[in-house]
Design a protein around this ligand. Sequence first.
Ligand code: ZN
Length: 240
Amino acid sequence: MRIAVVSDIHSNLVALDAVLAAAGSVDGVWHLGDVVGYGPDPNGVVRRLREIGALGVRGNHDAAAVGGNEIDWFNPDARRAMEWTRTALEPDALLWLSALPERRTEAGIELVHGSPRQPIWEYVVSEASARANLDRLAGTAALHGHTHVPVAWRDAEGDVELILGRDGDRLDLDDRRVLLNPGSVGQPRDGLPTASFLILEPEAGRVSWHRTAYDIGTVQAAMRAVGLPGALWRRLEIGA
Ligand code: ZN
């Protein structure tokens, strides 16, 4: 079984389609939330994920998009983009987003947006938060997003090992507990503008990180056309 794992697509259909093309033949697509927010095509992204039967979970932007008070915690640009997203979402897309669960388990692997202990909001960016989440894993692996940075946090005999997920890097899964972050499809924040994703082979016990270029200019033009904040479309070309 070969699964493409994507996260933080953020209404960027051009990037999602580039990732799906780059992933090639897969047996499934799993998403880790933040399907919408920031970008120009929330309906198109939901439509594509529905078409391909993607399984996934709810992110903080998805929760805000369906009316949640998560929007109260957004910075001004994120909030403006979310207010636009709420007006742009079609009823079908809204229903699909509303049905996303906070967590799910597929092939023995937990899927969440933020972290296993706080599925919507926690950013796993420190050894302390990684440690706490590794300790509460039911199985040996979890998939999460939210930080927009491709990494893995792995148990190392009580310590935590941080593993960077660069293009082409592979990690063999064994009995050490691990948190796996595919990075972001639609708004990478690790200094590289290319879309990031994971290929997971559960039976082989293996994951690999991958990057793919997409037409950033087209997405920026679409964002300008609907009046989304300049800082949001400018950041796409620097991956920040
Ligand atoms: Zn996000």
